[in-house]
Design a protein around this ligand. Sequence first.
Ligand SMILES: Cc1ncc(COP(=O)(O)O)c(C=O)c1O
Length: 381
Amino acid sequence: MRIAFGNLKVSKEAKKYLEDCVKTSKVSGGEKVKLLEESWGKLFGYKYNIAMSSGTAADMAALMTLYDTASKGNYDKVLPGDEVIAPALAFAAVGNSIRAAGFTPKFVDVKRDTMNINTDLIEEKITPKTRAIMAVHTMGKPCEMDKITNIAQQYGLRIIEDCCESHGGKYKDKFLGTFGDAAAFSYYVAHIVSCGDGGMLSTNSKQIRDITDSVKHHGRKPGSLYFDHLRYGLNFRMNDLTASIGIPEIQNFWEIFEKRKDNLIYLTQATKDLEDVAYFVQEEPHEVVSPHAFSITLKDPKHNYAKLYEFLESKGIQCKRNFGSMPTQHGAFEYLGYKKGEFPEAEYIGDNGLHFGIHQFLTKKDLDYASKKLHEYFGGE
Ligand SMILES: Cc1ncc(COP(=O)(O)O)c(C=O)c1O
């Protein structure tokens, strides 16, 4: 593939950390994981940072921690079937994590142009069983956090931010991940920070940190190696080999971020004349969009998403669908009985949108090539 979705190059510094692990045979939960957590916290000012085996693990740990804190009488008791509000369109990890943590996802349609949750539709989905809102900043575009925060305050709900696609993004001068009770990040290979597979849960709450420390470790007493399990948990731990790859990525974060951002801006400008045929991610004055990928949602289905996908792939540009509607276009939530047509915007984007990489290893030549192929497609239909 000429333009792969993402790419990982293990740096010289990472190799030194890896050699150190091999020499000392210290691989499990040691100093590299600690250094990764500290480096991440310093970068954005998150107080507590807990490394995870993936972004999905971070989402699950945040939700399981919420389940645990709530059911210990911290506020209302949580019962099986209690609900978490989530956007209908997002990577499937979002809905799957809610289900895995014991909650029922309550899906809300998204906006076609931003792909984020439509905040005007949240309140009508809130019931006495609702416990939290999951704010997913899809494609690096910040959600409307003022509105989400107001709704959460009004109804006594927690907020979990899924920042897996939005490292370093900002809403009104504040980093994403600082608005909610906890934030989940993914260090998957195509993301701004990559360990291959890995993640982070960041929070400013000591209580959430303490419970997450236990949840990520089968519910053990934090720091204990004995089999004294205080609560429900799973294994979400990151190891030192993975952390070794991620530390230099975090230390060079802004360099990587700026390179990707330049790429995103360059390609957005090069395709400006295609704005009448497709929605692209737009950055507004109050925000900083994190450069996750280059997204295209067709404004008219006549431009044929399947043909566009096939065309770009045949030209060496690796494409990903714009996720699809979790409740009505994927199998995991059939049990909830939603019907096609209930989430028109999510379904439209799922049928008419794709994205591809703008990662830091792409050159201007690669981006010119991508722009040329897009023009060729739309000009030559
Ligand atoms: C919005 C969102 N949430 C969660 C995840 C899960 O992250 P991971 O692949 O590291 O498990 C992803 C992955 O891309 C994502 O895009």
